[in-house]
Design a protein. Structure first.
Ligand SMILES: *Cc1c(COP(=O)(O)O)cnc(C)c1O
Length: 393
Protein backbone atom coordinates (compact mmCIF):
# COMPACT_ATOMS: atom_id res chain seq x y z
CA UNK A 1 0.00 0.00 0.00
CA UNK A 2 1.17 3.53 -0.76
CA UNK A 3 -0.11 6.84 0.63
CA UNK A 4 -1.89 7.41 -2.73
CA UNK A 5 -3.56 3.94 -2.77
CA UNK A 6 -4.86 4.50 0.73
CA UNK A 7 -6.31 7.92 -0.03
CA UNK A 8 -8.03 6.46 -3.10
CA UNK A 9 -9.63 3.69 -1.07
CA UNK A 10 -10.91 6.23 1.45
CA UNK A 11 -12.31 8.41 -1.36
CA UNK A 12 -14.27 5.49 -2.78
CA UNK A 13 -15.30 3.71 0.42
CA UNK A 14 -15.22 5.75 3.63
CA UNK A 15 -18.03 8.23 4.39
CA UNK A 16 -16.76 11.74 3.89
CA UNK A 17 -17.33 13.22 7.37
CA UNK A 18 -13.83 14.42 8.30
CA UNK A 19 -11.56 17.17 6.98
CA UNK A 20 -8.58 14.80 6.95
CA UNK A 21 -4.95 15.93 6.98
CA UNK A 22 -2.79 15.06 4.00
CA UNK A 23 -1.25 12.29 6.07
CA UNK A 24 -1.33 8.47 6.05
CA UNK A 25 0.20 6.69 9.04
CA UNK A 26 1.28 3.07 8.96
CA UNK A 27 2.91 2.53 12.34
CA UNK A 28 4.08 4.35 15.44
CA UNK A 29 6.15 4.10 18.61
CA UNK A 30 6.02 6.55 21.52
CA UNK A 31 5.21 10.01 20.14
CA UNK A 32 6.74 9.21 16.73
CA UNK A 33 5.00 7.61 13.74
CA UNK A 34 5.78 6.80 10.13
CA UNK A 35 3.92 7.01 6.82
CA UNK A 36 4.11 4.42 4.03
CA UNK A 37 7.32 5.96 2.69
CA UNK A 38 9.00 5.70 6.10
CA UNK A 39 8.86 9.45 6.71
CA UNK A 40 8.62 10.25 10.45
CA UNK A 41 6.22 12.58 12.26
CA UNK A 42 6.25 13.82 15.86
CA UNK A 43 2.77 13.42 17.32
CA UNK A 44 1.42 16.35 19.36
CA UNK A 45 -2.16 15.04 19.03
CA UNK A 46 -2.26 11.55 20.64
CA UNK A 47 -5.22 10.65 18.41
CA UNK A 48 -7.11 13.57 20.02
CA UNK A 49 -6.01 12.81 23.55
CA UNK A 50 -6.50 9.05 23.29
CA UNK A 51 -3.01 7.55 23.06
CA UNK A 52 -2.06 8.52 26.60
CA UNK A 53 0.98 6.20 26.52
CA UNK A 54 1.82 7.00 22.90
CA UNK A 55 1.70 4.62 19.94
CA UNK A 56 1.73 0.88 20.67
CA UNK A 57 3.40 1.16 24.08
CA UNK A 58 4.97 -2.29 24.68
CA UNK A 59 3.70 -2.75 28.28
CA UNK A 60 0.19 -1.70 27.28
CA UNK A 61 0.19 -3.88 24.15
CA UNK A 62 1.36 -6.86 26.21
CA UNK A 63 -1.32 -6.36 28.88
CA UNK A 64 -4.05 -6.06 26.23
CA UNK A 65 -2.79 -9.03 24.17
CA UNK A 66 -2.50 -11.23 27.27
CA UNK A 67 -6.15 -10.44 28.01
CA UNK A 68 -7.12 -11.09 24.35
CA UNK A 69 -5.58 -14.55 24.50
CA UNK A 70 -7.40 -15.24 27.78
CA UNK A 71 -10.93 -13.80 27.38
CA UNK A 72 -11.97 -10.98 25.04
CA UNK A 73 -15.65 -10.52 25.86
CA UNK A 74 -18.57 -11.90 27.78
CA UNK A 75 -21.92 -10.22 28.26
CA UNK A 76 -22.54 -7.96 31.23
CA UNK A 77 -24.66 -10.77 32.65
CA UNK A 78 -21.40 -12.46 33.66
CA UNK A 79 -18.71 -11.37 36.15
CA UNK A 80 -15.23 -10.72 34.70
CA UNK A 81 -12.08 -9.59 36.45
CA UNK A 82 -10.74 -6.67 34.34
CA UNK A 83 -14.04 -4.74 34.63
CA UNK A 84 -14.15 -5.12 38.42
CA UNK A 85 -10.50 -4.21 38.89
CA UNK A 86 -10.69 -1.20 36.53
CA UNK A 87 -13.87 0.08 38.24
CA UNK A 88 -12.36 -0.29 41.69
CA UNK A 89 -9.09 1.41 40.70
CA UNK A 90 -10.71 4.27 38.75
CA UNK A 91 -13.50 5.05 41.22
CA UNK A 92 -11.14 4.68 44.18
CA UNK A 93 -8.51 7.03 42.78
CA UNK A 94 -11.17 9.58 41.80
CA UNK A 95 -12.73 9.40 45.32
CA UNK A 96 -15.97 8.32 43.67
CA UNK A 97 -18.15 5.39 44.66
CA UNK A 98 -18.88 3.29 41.55
CA UNK A 99 -18.13 3.11 37.81
CA UNK A 100 -20.19 2.17 34.76
CA UNK A 101 -18.15 1.39 31.64
CA UNK A 102 -19.29 2.22 28.12
CA UNK A 103 -17.53 2.92 24.81
CA UNK A 104 -17.10 6.64 24.21
CA UNK A 105 -17.28 10.09 25.71
CA UNK A 106 -20.68 10.89 24.24
CA UNK A 107 -22.05 7.61 25.56
CA UNK A 108 -20.66 8.34 29.03
CA UNK A 109 -22.32 11.77 28.96
CA UNK A 110 -25.63 10.26 27.79
CA UNK A 111 -25.57 7.95 30.81
CA UNK A 112 -24.68 10.84 33.11
CA UNK A 113 -27.65 12.84 31.78
CA UNK A 114 -29.98 9.88 32.27
CA UNK A 115 -28.76 9.45 35.84
CA UNK A 116 -29.25 13.16 36.64
CA UNK A 117 -32.77 13.19 35.19
CA UNK A 118 -33.77 10.07 37.14
CA UNK A 119 -32.21 11.32 40.39
CA UNK A 120 -34.30 14.48 40.19
CA UNK A 121 -37.47 12.77 38.99
CA UNK A 122 -37.34 10.23 41.84
CA UNK A 123 -37.16 13.05 44.40
CA UNK A 124 -38.90 16.06 42.89
CA UNK A 125 -41.06 14.83 40.02
CA UNK A 126 -40.96 15.13 36.24
CA UNK A 127 -40.92 18.92 35.88
CA UNK A 128 -37.48 19.37 37.41
CA UNK A 129 -35.48 18.10 34.44
CA UNK A 130 -33.40 20.92 32.92
CA UNK A 131 -29.67 20.36 32.53
CA UNK A 132 -27.62 23.57 32.49
CA UNK A 133 -24.37 23.43 30.53
CA UNK A 134 -21.94 26.20 29.57
CA UNK A 135 -21.75 28.25 26.42
CA UNK A 136 -18.80 27.18 24.28
CA UNK A 137 -18.88 23.67 25.77
CA UNK A 138 -18.60 20.36 23.91
CA UNK A 139 -20.21 17.16 25.19
CA UNK A 140 -20.50 14.82 22.18
CA UNK A 141 -22.26 14.01 18.91
CA UNK A 142 -25.37 12.05 19.93
CA UNK A 143 -28.65 13.98 19.84
CA UNK A 144 -28.75 14.61 23.60
CA UNK A 145 -25.07 15.48 23.90
CA UNK A 146 -25.34 17.80 20.89
CA UNK A 147 -28.23 19.50 22.69
CA UNK A 148 -26.01 19.69 25.80
CA UNK A 149 -23.21 21.27 23.74
CA UNK A 150 -23.44 25.03 24.20
CA UNK A 151 -22.48 26.04 20.66
CA UNK A 152 -25.06 27.07 18.06
CA UNK A 153 -23.02 25.48 15.26
CA UNK A 154 -23.88 22.05 16.71
CA UNK A 155 -27.63 22.73 16.84
CA UNK A 156 -28.25 22.58 13.09
CA UNK A 157 -29.48 19.88 10.67
CA UNK A 158 -30.69 17.23 13.10
CA UNK A 159 -33.67 18.65 14.97
CA UNK A 160 -35.84 18.15 16.85
CA UNK A 161 -33.28 17.80 19.64
CA UNK A 162 -34.16 16.48 23.13
CA UNK A 163 -35.63 19.24 25.30
CA UNK A 164 -34.53 20.36 28.72
CA UNK A 165 -31.16 21.99 28.14
CA UNK A 166 -30.17 25.56 29.00
CA UNK A 167 -26.83 27.36 28.70
CA UNK A 168 -24.97 29.52 31.18
CA UNK A 169 -22.05 31.88 30.50
CA UNK A 170 -18.72 30.33 31.66
CA UNK A 171 -16.80 32.29 34.32
CA UNK A 172 -19.79 34.64 34.78
CA UNK A 173 -21.12 33.80 38.23
CA UNK A 174 -24.16 36.07 38.18
CA UNK A 175 -25.28 34.77 34.78
CA UNK A 176 -24.67 31.17 35.84
CA UNK A 177 -26.55 31.43 39.14
CA UNK A 178 -29.41 33.04 37.22
CA UNK A 179 -29.57 29.98 34.94
CA UNK A 180 -29.42 27.53 37.88
CA UNK A 181 -32.99 28.17 39.05
CA UNK A 182 -36.17 26.14 39.58
CA UNK A 183 -36.61 23.22 37.23
CA UNK A 184 -32.87 22.53 37.00
CA UNK A 185 -31.66 19.02 37.87
CA UNK A 186 -27.98 19.23 36.92
CA UNK A 187 -25.09 21.53 36.06
CA UNK A 188 -22.63 19.98 33.60
CA UNK A 189 -19.16 21.45 33.04
CA UNK A 190 -15.73 20.84 31.52
CA UNK A 191 -13.06 22.19 33.90
CA UNK A 192 -11.09 23.20 30.78
CA UNK A 193 -13.22 23.53 27.66
CA UNK A 194 -11.35 21.42 25.12
CA UNK A 195 -13.07 21.67 21.75
CA UNK A 196 -14.05 25.22 22.77
CA UNK A 197 -10.40 26.31 22.50
CA UNK A 198 -8.68 25.22 25.78
CA UNK A 199 -10.59 27.61 28.03
CA UNK A 200 -10.20 26.95 31.78
CA UNK A 201 -12.88 27.72 34.36
CA UNK A 202 -11.92 30.06 37.24
CA UNK A 203 -11.53 28.40 40.63
CA UNK A 204 -13.69 30.90 42.52
CA UNK A 205 -16.42 30.76 39.90
CA UNK A 206 -16.53 26.95 40.08
CA UNK A 207 -16.51 26.89 43.89
CA UNK A 208 -19.40 29.37 44.12
CA UNK A 209 -21.47 27.69 41.40
CA UNK A 210 -20.98 24.26 42.99
CA UNK A 211 -21.95 25.65 46.42
CA UNK A 212 -25.15 27.04 44.86
CA UNK A 213 -25.88 23.61 43.32
CA UNK A 214 -25.30 21.85 46.67
CA UNK A 215 -27.76 24.15 48.45
CA UNK A 216 -30.45 23.29 45.87
CA UNK A 217 -29.63 19.60 45.36
CA UNK A 218 -28.67 20.28 41.73
CA UNK A 219 -26.24 17.55 40.64
CA UNK A 220 -22.79 18.58 39.44
CA UNK A 221 -21.59 16.59 36.42
CA UNK A 222 -17.96 17.05 35.39
CA UNK A 223 -17.14 16.04 31.82
CA UNK A 224 -13.49 14.95 32.02
CA UNK A 225 -13.56 13.15 28.68
CA UNK A 226 -10.68 15.29 27.38
CA UNK A 227 -9.12 16.68 30.58
CA UNK A 228 -9.13 13.43 32.58
CA UNK A 229 -6.79 10.47 33.08
CA UNK A 230 -3.65 12.47 33.79
CA UNK A 231 -3.90 14.89 30.87
CA UNK A 232 -3.67 18.06 32.98
CA UNK A 233 -1.13 16.83 35.55
CA UNK A 234 -3.62 15.36 38.06
CA UNK A 235 -5.64 12.19 37.50
CA UNK A 236 -8.73 14.37 37.01
CA UNK A 237 -8.68 18.10 36.50
CA UNK A 238 -11.52 18.74 39.02
CA UNK A 239 -9.26 17.52 41.86
CA UNK A 240 -7.30 20.76 41.64
CA UNK A 241 -10.53 22.79 42.04
CA UNK A 242 -11.25 21.08 45.37
CA UNK A 243 -14.79 20.10 44.38
CA UNK A 244 -16.58 16.78 44.88
CA UNK A 245 -18.74 16.13 41.78
CA UNK A 246 -21.82 13.90 41.80
CA UNK A 247 -20.99 12.38 38.42
CA UNK A 248 -17.73 12.37 36.43
CA UNK A 249 -17.37 11.16 32.86
CA UNK A 250 -14.14 9.96 31.24
CA UNK A 251 -13.16 8.39 27.92
CA UNK A 252 -10.47 9.50 25.42
CA UNK A 253 -7.19 8.69 27.24
CA UNK A 254 -8.64 6.02 29.52
CA UNK A 255 -8.03 2.94 27.37
CA UNK A 256 -4.69 4.06 25.93
CA UNK A 257 -6.13 3.66 22.40
CA UNK A 258 -8.99 1.22 22.93
CA UNK A 259 -12.58 2.47 22.93
CA UNK A 260 -13.79 2.81 26.51
CA UNK A 261 -15.80 5.41 28.39
CA UNK A 262 -16.69 5.59 32.06
CA UNK A 263 -19.35 7.20 34.22
CA UNK A 264 -18.23 7.62 37.82
CA UNK A 265 -20.92 8.01 40.45
CA UNK A 266 -20.56 9.52 43.93
CA UNK A 267 -22.30 7.89 46.90
CA UNK A 268 -25.31 10.14 46.28
CA UNK A 269 -25.78 8.97 42.68
CA UNK A 270 -24.39 5.41 42.80
CA UNK A 271 -27.75 3.65 43.11
CA UNK A 272 -29.91 5.94 40.94
CA UNK A 273 -29.58 3.71 37.87
CA UNK A 274 -30.81 0.26 38.87
CA UNK A 275 -31.22 -3.07 37.11
CA UNK A 276 -32.58 -2.52 33.60
CA UNK A 277 -32.21 1.29 33.68
CA UNK A 278 -29.01 1.46 31.65
CA UNK A 279 -26.87 -0.95 29.63
CA UNK A 280 -24.49 -1.23 26.69
CA UNK A 281 -23.37 -4.43 25.02
CA UNK A 282 -19.62 -3.79 24.91
CA UNK A 283 -19.39 -1.94 28.23
CA UNK A 284 -16.79 -3.35 30.60
CA UNK A 285 -15.26 -5.38 27.79
CA UNK A 286 -12.26 -7.28 29.27
CA UNK A 287 -9.79 -6.16 26.56
CA UNK A 288 -10.72 -2.48 26.84
CA UNK A 289 -10.65 -2.73 30.63
CA UNK A 290 -7.22 -4.41 30.52
CA UNK A 291 -6.01 -1.37 28.52
CA UNK A 292 -7.51 1.02 31.08
CA UNK A 293 -6.02 -0.95 33.99
CA UNK A 294 -2.58 -0.72 32.43
CA UNK A 295 -2.93 3.03 31.76
CA UNK A 296 -4.16 3.72 35.32
CA UNK A 297 -1.36 1.57 36.75
CA UNK A 298 1.22 3.73 34.98
CA UNK A 299 -0.21 7.07 36.17
CA UNK A 300 1.38 7.58 39.61
CA UNK A 301 2.59 10.78 41.29
CA UNK A 302 5.92 10.81 39.48
CA UNK A 303 4.19 10.31 36.11
CA UNK A 304 1.81 13.22 36.81
CA UNK A 305 4.67 15.48 37.91
CA UNK A 306 6.35 14.77 34.55
CA UNK A 307 3.13 15.66 32.67
CA UNK A 308 3.04 19.00 34.54
CA UNK A 309 6.76 19.68 33.94
CA UNK A 310 6.61 18.87 30.22
CA UNK A 311 3.48 21.00 29.77
CA UNK A 312 5.12 24.01 31.47
CA UNK A 313 8.19 23.60 29.31
CA UNK A 314 6.18 23.42 26.06
CA UNK A 315 4.05 26.44 27.00
CA UNK A 316 7.13 28.47 27.96
CA UNK A 317 8.88 27.78 24.67
CA UNK A 318 5.74 28.27 22.54
CA UNK A 319 5.35 31.80 23.90
CA UNK A 320 8.39 32.94 21.95
CA UNK A 321 7.34 31.34 18.65
CA UNK A 322 6.45 33.36 15.51
CA UNK A 323 2.71 33.91 15.04
CA UNK A 324 1.85 32.69 18.56
CA UNK A 325 -0.16 34.94 20.89
CA UNK A 326 -1.63 33.88 24.23
CA UNK A 327 -0.66 30.36 25.37
CA UNK A 328 -2.70 28.52 28.00
CA UNK A 329 -3.87 25.20 29.36
CA UNK A 330 -2.70 22.79 32.05
CA UNK A 331 -0.27 19.91 31.83
CA UNK A 332 -0.29 18.45 28.32
CA UNK A 333 -3.63 20.06 27.37
CA UNK A 334 -2.32 23.16 25.61
CA UNK A 335 -3.95 25.90 23.54
CA UNK A 336 -2.43 28.86 21.73
CA UNK A 337 -3.94 31.86 19.99
CA UNK A 338 -2.54 32.54 16.53
CA UNK A 339 -1.57 35.97 15.30
CA UNK A 340 -1.90 35.90 11.54
CA UNK A 341 -1.92 32.32 10.26
CA UNK A 342 -5.13 30.25 10.43
CA UNK A 343 -5.15 27.26 12.77
CA UNK A 344 -5.76 24.87 9.88
CA UNK A 345 -2.99 26.57 7.89
CA UNK A 346 -0.56 25.83 10.73
CA UNK A 347 -1.77 22.21 10.97
CA UNK A 348 -1.22 21.71 7.23
CA UNK A 349 2.22 23.34 7.41
CA UNK A 350 2.95 21.09 10.42
CA UNK A 351 2.21 17.96 8.40
CA UNK A 352 4.59 19.18 5.69
CA UNK A 353 7.29 19.71 8.36
CA UNK A 354 6.60 16.37 10.11
CA UNK A 355 4.63 17.33 13.22
CA UNK A 356 0.99 16.39 13.95
CA UNK A 357 -1.04 19.22 15.53
CA UNK A 358 -4.68 19.89 16.42
CA UNK A 359 -6.99 22.88 16.30
CA UNK A 360 -9.76 23.88 18.72
CA UNK A 361 -11.98 26.49 17.09
CA UNK A 362 -9.51 29.11 15.76
CA UNK A 363 -6.75 28.14 18.20
CA UNK A 364 -3.84 25.76 17.90
CA UNK A 365 -4.21 22.80 20.28
CA UNK A 366 -1.58 20.33 21.47
CA UNK A 367 -2.48 17.08 23.25
CA UNK A 368 0.80 15.11 23.10
CA UNK A 369 1.01 11.57 24.48
CA UNK A 370 1.60 11.86 28.24
CA UNK A 371 4.76 9.77 27.83
CA UNK A 372 6.34 12.02 25.17
CA UNK A 373 10.10 12.30 25.73
CA UNK A 374 12.07 15.54 26.02
CA UNK A 375 13.87 14.65 22.79
CA UNK A 376 10.54 14.23 20.98
CA UNK A 377 9.31 17.55 22.43
CA UNK A 378 12.49 19.31 21.20
CA UNK A 379 12.19 17.81 17.73
CA UNK A 380 8.42 18.46 17.49
CA UNK A 381 8.75 22.07 18.66
CA UNK A 382 11.57 22.65 16.17
CA UNK A 383 9.31 21.42 13.36
CA UNK A 384 6.39 23.50 14.68
CA UNK A 385 8.65 26.60 14.69
CA UNK A 386 9.50 26.01 11.02
CA UNK A 387 5.83 25.34 10.21
CA UNK A 388 4.77 28.63 11.85
CA UNK A 389 7.39 30.57 9.88
CA UNK A 390 6.12 28.91 6.70
CA UNK A 391 2.45 29.57 7.53
CA UNK A 392 3.21 33.28 8.13
CA UNK A 393 5.30 33.78 4.97
C1 LIG B 1 -14.29 14.30 22.81
C2 LIG B 1 -15.22 14.78 23.86
C3 LIG B 1 -16.49 14.21 24.02
C4 LIG B 1 -17.03 13.15 23.07
O1 LIG B 1 -16.31 11.97 23.16
P1 LIG B 1 -16.51 10.83 22.02
O2 LIG B 1 -15.67 9.70 22.51
O3 LIG B 1 -16.03 11.43 20.73
O4 LIG B 1 -17.95 10.52 21.98
C5 LIG B 1 -17.28 14.65 25.06
N1 LIG B 1 -16.85 15.60 25.90
C6 LIG B 1 -15.63 16.17 25.79
C7 LIG B 1 -15.20 17.20 26.77
C8 LIG B 1 -14.79 15.80 24.77
O5 LIG B 1 -13.59 16.38 24.60
Amino acid sequence: MTNADLKGLYRSSVADTYARYDLCIERGSGATCWDFYGRDYIDFSAGIGVNSLGFSDPGWAEAVSAQLFKLQHTSNLIYTEPCARAASLLAGRASMSKAFFCNSGAEANEGALKCARKYSRDRYGEERHTVVTLSNSFHGRTLATLAATGQEAFHRHFGPFPEGFAYAPPNDLEGTLGALGDGVCAFMIEMIQGEGGIVPLDGEYVAAAVRHCRERDILVIVDEVQSGVGRTGSLFCYERYGIAPDIVTAAKGLGGGLPIGAILFSERTASVLGVGDHATTYGGNPAACAGALHVLGRIDGAFLAEVARKGESIRGRLRGFPGIGEVGGEGLMIGATLRGPSARGVVDAGVREGVILLTAKDRLRLLPPLTITDAEIDEGLGRLHTALKGAIA
